[in-house]
Design a protein around this ligand. Sequence first.
Ligand code: DGY
Length: 337
Amino acid sequence: MTMKPSVLVARAVYPGVLERLRVHFDVDDNQADAPWDKSELARRLQGKAGAFLTTGERIDAQMLDANPQLRAVCNMAVGYNNIDVPACTARGVLVTNTPDVLTETTADFAFALMMAAARRIAESEHYLRAGRWTRWSYDMFTGSDVHGATLGILGMGRIGQAIARRGVHGFGMKLVYHNRSRLDAAIEAPLGARYLSKEAVFREADHLVIVLPYSAESHHAVGAAEIASMKPTATLTNVARGGIVDDAALAQALAECRIAAAALDVFEGEPQVHPGLLQVPNVVLTPHIASATVATRRAMADLAAENLIAALGEPRGVPPTPVNPEVLAAWGAVARP
Ligand code: DGY
């Protein structure tokens, strides 16, 4: 009888997903969901051919060198800034993520956050719950319209485009965007999208949504200067990654009402949140839940498992969503590396 490969599931996951993995692998799990530091992660990875990860586990060159037997790291997330992909590729380690299955769900949430900021929903709810609502008044919690306003999007990948569709087709918004590369006319035209410089998007947006991938280049892409260039009535929403927005600069700008409001699902150093953000009323704060619907989280977990099974299980398959497919080509796609 051949031994099953060993894999690590670094965080708690749906029991059904774990069962599925156990058919193919000898699984070391963390159903207690205890937080592991770097050295504990390195220890638990010892002897593992693969890992099922979330964005909280960092896989860098040092972690890879400490675990040279590792062949595949499968993120249960579309973002993979927790993984040093070039270091993986150089060592023949496959990286996979979970695109597409979360696109519409994440776009729904981004839109909800943007609307909550524009219409002051969280702020007014806190006011009501605190027992401070004593009478109606004509200017109580007046916000800004979403319908017909200019939606600015930084990062027009799948999720950015899904947010754009909601804004343009659902709310009659005008769309301006910036992206590393301009979209094809066939995508721009039905959205009436205008491709502008990053600076111009900051200036023109009534409601700006950040959907950039995190990288060294996008670190603090939204800082004090960028926020200062926005309209004083504008809102800023970040559903991408902490670190793209300079949270300290944003907290100060909100405290000084340099923009009207913000909505953040991701934070620099999360789960810590900059104390300045906790003190200002004009920001909606959620704990990194943009993809958190029952159906979508299950779909993400299933896709991460499918990637791991295809990469290392028997019979070998082609992982559906590789980040560095060149590794698969080097493996011979379906042959054991
Ligand atoms: C993602 O999929 O990247 C989400 O942010 C969840 O971590």
